[in-house]
Design a protein around this ligand. Sequence first.
Ligand SMILES: CC(C)(COP(=O)(O)OP(=O)(O)OC[C@H]1O[C@@H](n2cnc3c(N)ncnc32)[C@H](O)[C@@H]1OP(=O)(O)O)[C@@H](O)C(=O)NCCC(=O)NCCS
Length: 261
Amino acid sequence: MDRVTTIVDVNETNAEQTGFFCMRSKPDADGYRRKLHWLKRRFSEGLKIKIVEDGGHQGFIEYAPIEHAWRAVLGENYMVIHCLWIDEHSIGKGYGSRLLDACIRDAKAQNKSGVAVVTSSGGDTGLEPWLAGKDFFMKHGFELADQAPPSFELMVKRFDDRPVPRFPGDWAERTSKYGKGLIVIRSDQCPFFDQAVQLIAETADEWGLDLHVVNLADSRDARNAPAAFGTFAILYDGKLLSHHPLTKRDLMKRIESMRRS
Ligand SMILES: CC(C)(COP(=O)(O)OP(=O)(O)OC[C@H]1O[C@@H](n2cnc3c(N)ncnc32)[C@H](O)[C@@H]1OP(=O)(O)O)[C@@H](O)C(=O)NCCC(=O)NCCS
C-alpha cells in the first residue's frame, strides 16, 4: 500500500519538534541550533517552510516575501524561494512539484505578483552550486528574468503585469568594498555554513592566512551581499572566490589560481 503523503507547515509552535529538514540527524550541532534560532525570528517576517512527509521527512521548500528574502534580489510583492530540496532517495515521486505548487498557491492567496527563485548551473566551475538548476522551474512555468555572474539565473513565475524582480548588477563594487585578504560572508540561513566556516578557518590557519568572518545580521545585509546567493560568499583580495562552501583542497586551489592571475 502507498504511504500517505502530507505537507507539514513549520511554524513558531512546532519548529522545535519538527525541525526544518536539513541536518535533522544532528539537532545538537551548532549550525542546527543557529538555524533554529534564526528561523524563529523569521516567521513574523512571513518566511515559510513546508516539509513533505510520507512516513519520514522527504524534502522541503523555504520561501519568504522579497522584502525579507535572504537572496541578493530586488523587487516588490514577489515571493522568493530560498531552497527546494528533495532527498535523493525520493527524487521523481512528484514531491518537488507538490511543494512548489503549495508555494505558488500560498503566494496567490497572499495576492503576490509572482514567485521568484535564484538558480545556478554551477557555471564552468563544475562544482555543486548549492542551488537547484533552472530546468525544473521552467517545467513549472518559470521564465528567465535576469542573470548574474558567475552562473546565477533569476527565474520568475508571474501572476500579473507588474515589474519582475531583478539582480542588483553592481557586483564588482559590492565585492571590492571588502578589500584585501580572505573574507567569508555567512549567515545562519543554512545550518551547513557553520561547519563550512570552521573548515575555512582551519585552512587559513594551515596556510598562515588571516581570515575575516562577516556575519549577515538581517535580510537587508543579504540583499547587499556580493553574490546573488546572498547568504554565503568567500572573497579573496576583493574578488569572489566562491558563493558556496568548498573543500579545503578546492579552497586552496582557487586561492592559488587567483594569486597567479
Ligand atoms: C529539482 C528537484 C526539486 C525535483 O524534485 P522531484 O521531487 O524529483 O521532482 P518531481 O518528481 O516533482 O518532478 C516533476 C517533473 O519535473 C521533472 N524534473 C524533475 N527534476 C528535474 C530537473 N532537475 N530538471 C528538469 N526536470 C526535472 C520530472 O521529470 C517530472 O516531469 P514529469 O512530470 O513530466 O514526469 C529535486 O531533484 C532536487 O531537490 N534537486 C536538488 C535541488 C538542490 O540542489 N537544491 C539546493 C538546496 S536548497
